[in-house]
Write a protein that binds this ligand. Sequence first.
Ligand SMILES: Nc1ncnc2c1ncn2[C@@H]1O[C@H](COP(=O)(O)OP(=O)(O)OP(=O)(O)O)[C@@H](O)[C@H]1O
Ligand SMILES: [Mg+2]
Length: 341
Amino acid sequence: MSPAFQSLMSSDMAIDLGTANTLVYVKGMGIVVSEPSVVAVTRRERKVIAIGRQAREMMGKTHIDIEVIRPMRDGVIDDDEVAETMIRAFIRRVQHNRLMRPRIIVCVPSGVTKSEKRVIRDSAEYAGAREVHLVAEPMAAALGVQLPVKEPVGSMIVDIGGGTTEIAIISLSGIVTMHSIRTAGDEMDDGITQFIRRNFNLLIGERMAEWIKCMIGSAMPLEEEITLIAKGRDLVTGMPKAIEIRSEDVREALKEPVSQIVFAVKEALEKTPPELAADIRDRGIILTGGGSMLKRLDQRLRDETNLPVNLADDPLTCVVRGTGTILDDFETYQDLLLTNY
Ligand SMILES: Nc1ncnc2c1ncn2[C@@H]1O[C@H](COP(=O)(O)OP(=O)(O)OP(=O)(O)O)[C@@H](O)[C@H]1O
Ligand SMILES: [Mg+2]
C-alpha cells in the first residue's frame, strides 16, 4: 500500500504534550483536541474518572477518594501511569473507526529524559500508532510561526509554557543553542498564591491564582492599573473570604519568576555565536506558549534586550501547528525529528 494511501485511511496526528495543555492536530482536519493535561482518578483503585477539561473542573474541589493529577508537571512526566492513560485517551478520541493505524508525531519539552521518551513512545504505540516520532518543542514552535528553520539564518524562539521556558536558537534544521528553565506559568501562579497568603492571610486555589495572573498579571506597569476580587479561605478564621487585589500587587508577586525568565533570555543571548547573534539582532526574538501572553512581558523583554520582540499569533497553538507541519509534509521536514531515542 502506498504511503499516501496509508495516510488517507488513517488519522495521522501531531500531539503537543504540554505540562498545562495537550493539543492534537489531525491531518486534513486541523486541531481537534485542546484540553488541559489533567486526569482525575480514584485514590485507591486508580480508576480514571475524568480526563482533560472535565478533570480540571474538579481541581481543588474533590473529596478524599478522588485525586486530580497533572501527570506532566514541571515539563517532565511526573506520573508515568497516569501520563500514559492520558496520552492513550486523547489518541483514541480522534482515532476511532479508521482502518489504518496512524503515524503519530509527539512534541516534547527538550529536557525529557530517555526513559520519559520511552513512556511516550510506548503509550502512543499501545494506543495503536504504526509509527511514533518525537520533535523538540522549540523546533515545533519555530515551524509553527513559519521561521525559516532550514536556512542558514539564526532565529530565536522563547516558548513560555506552564512548566518550562525554552529558549532556543535554530539554524540549518538544528537547535544551535538551547536553554531550558523550570520557570514558566506554574511558577507565576505559585508566586501569586504565596504573595496573597503572606500579605492577605488568604489561601487561594491553583485555578484562582491562574485566573488572577491571566486577568491582571503583568511584567511592567500598565497604562491603567486594574483590580479584581480574589476569593479563598481566611487563614486566621478559616472562613471563606474575598479581597480586592491590584495589578500592582500581582506584578510584585510575579517579580521573581518574570526576572528569572528575562535573565535566562539574556544569558542565552550572551552565549550565542557571533554570526547568529547578528541575525538575531536583525530578526529579533519570537515569543510563543501561553505564558508569553502575560501582559507587557514582550515590552519588558524588548526593553531589557534592546532587540525586536514579537509575540506570535495564537501562542497556545504554535507548537501543535508546527508539529502538524511536519506531519503534512513529512518528506521535507522529517530531518527535524529527534533521532536518539
Ligand atoms: N493571558 C495569559 N496571561 C498569562 N499567562 C497565560 C495566559 N493565558 C494562558 N497563560 C498560561 O500559559 C500556560 C500554558 O501555556 P501552554 O499551553 O503553552 O503550556 P504547555 O505547552 O502546556 O506547557 P509546557 O510547554 O511547559 O510543557 C499556563 O501557565 C497558563 O496559565
Ligand atoms: Mg508547550
